[in-house]
Design a binder for this molecule. Structure first.
Ligand SMILES: Cc1cc2nc3c(=O)[nH]c(=O)nc-3n(C[C@H](O)[C@H](O)[C@H](O)COP(=O)(O)OP(=O)(O)OC[C@H]3O[C@@H](n4cnc5c(N)ncnc54)[C@H](O)[C@@H]3O)c2cc1C
Length: 344
């Protein structure tokens, strides 16, 4: 075929998302403060979140800033029924699971489940291992595990009131039970010896010492009977249960993890799960993409995660959980208005 093709678009709005599906890019931009990037990561975003359009826009003259701002979860499990490559699911945990590092030591206070994602990531990267463990039992998993992702919550996405009621009534919700049965990161056993054997079989080295873990669990369980406990996780569980919503559906009644009536015991290997890109294409307040010199790149706008949710990194380094869509909508509106104005 001969001839030339001339593109006469007057405005291009880049809304291609971040880089979380491209682990090479995540590693290349890994924040220095977090040390060496993890050897193993799983993807909490679809494969199309590959960052290619960021490179293309940069090659066209755009300025990419705050590349080391990123948000990864620390409670990732491999999806037993994946939709995309390396598909990981984030557990949204209640407060009761015991969180252990790869060697079986409890994470330091206040790194309890659901407390401080980036603080926990920082700690994990200082341990020299990529994975951690939740140790819990069936009573805890039934009430405290929610799985992130639309396909994991068919009752909510299908707007099924009956489905939501059934979930609340079930000993263990269906999607969570499926992971207990099929998930490669799950070990479910009646006794601690077998649990530790299963945990050690999942890692390259057998890092968990059964006697040490038994002591850790016994020490934690002893504090359940102590109203003035200095175990701050037990205090946190009691605090969470003061809020009626958490008491009903999120935080289980404090009990001994080794209580056989609450079993079987469960260990979950947790992986680093890539999710959000907090830096991106630098833009002005009209979502116009800027060059390195600070001038607008003619006809190019960016919004959403591609623009670090606005400006090239409006959230800063730490961000506030769950507030990302707001930046997508806001920067999208600004981009749409500016583009419409500029082409009219
Ligand atoms: C499981 C999950 C749960 C989340 N929960 C929350 C939450 O509770 N609160 C919150 O605020 N945020 C949450 N987020 C984050 C939020 O969903 C994303 O940050 C947001 O969707 C980003 O929107 P976006 O439009 O910028 O990019 P995306 O939603 O990634 O959309 C980018 C689009 O561009 C397309 N695309 C990419 N490259 C090209 C190309 N070259 N040509 C054509 N099309 C292309 C892609 O196919 C895709 O449709 C969650 C994300 C996930 C994955």
């Amino acid at each position: 075929m001969t001839g030339t093709f001339e593109l006469r678009a007057q405005a291009v709005i880049v809304t291609s998302g971040g880089i979380g599906g491209n682990h090479d890019l995540v590693r290349a931009n890994w924040p220095e403060r977090l040390g060496t990037p993890p050897q193993k990561m799983i993807s909490g975003v679809p494969a199309h979140v590959d960052g290619k359009m960021l490179g293309i826009t940069e090659a066209a003259g755009a300025h990419l800033i705050n590349r080391d701002r990123m948000w990864h979860y620390t409670e990732g499990i491999e999806n037993w029924n994946p939709i995309w490559e390396r598909h990981g699911i984030r557990i949204l945990p209640g407060p009761s699971s015991l969180w252990l590092d790869a060697r079986g030591d409890r994470l330091p206070v206040p790194l309890f489940p659901g407390f401080d994602t980036l603080g926990t990531l920082h700690h994990i990267m200082s341990t020299g291992y990529d994975h951690t463990w939740f140790v819990l039992n069936q009573r805890v998993i039934g009430k405290e595990f929610t799985l992130s992702g639309s396909e994991q919550n068919p009752d909510l996405t299908g707007k099924s009131v009956r489905g939501v009621i059934d979930r609340a009534r079930a000993d263990v919700p269906g999607p969570v039970k499926a992971f207990m049965d099929h998930g490669v990161d799950f070990v479910v056993e009646k006794d601690l010896d077998a649990l530790v054997r299963g945990m050690n079989a999942l890692t390259k080295e057998p890092l968990i010492d059964e006697a040490a873990l038994r002591r850790t669990l016994a020490a934690r369980d002893r504090e359940i009977a102590n109203p003035f406990t200095k175990d701050l996780q037990v205090t946190a569980i009691r605090g969470a249960r003061k809020f009626l919503g958490d008491r009903l559906i999120r935080a289980v009644t404090p009990h001994r993890l080794l209580d056989p009536k609450a079993g079987p015991l469960i260990a979950v290997r947790l992986n680093i799960l890539t999710r959000k890109t907090l830096g991106g294409l630098e833009t002005d307040l009209s979502s116009r993409v800027l060059t390195e010199g600070g001038e607008p790149l003619p006809g190019v706008y960016a919004a959403g995660e591609a623009a670090g949710f606005g400006g090239g990194g409006v959230h800063g380094y730490r961000s506030l959980e769950g507030t990302f869509l707001g930046g997508c909508l806001f920067s999208g509106r600004a981009a749409g208005r500016a583009a419409a104005r500029d082409v009219s």
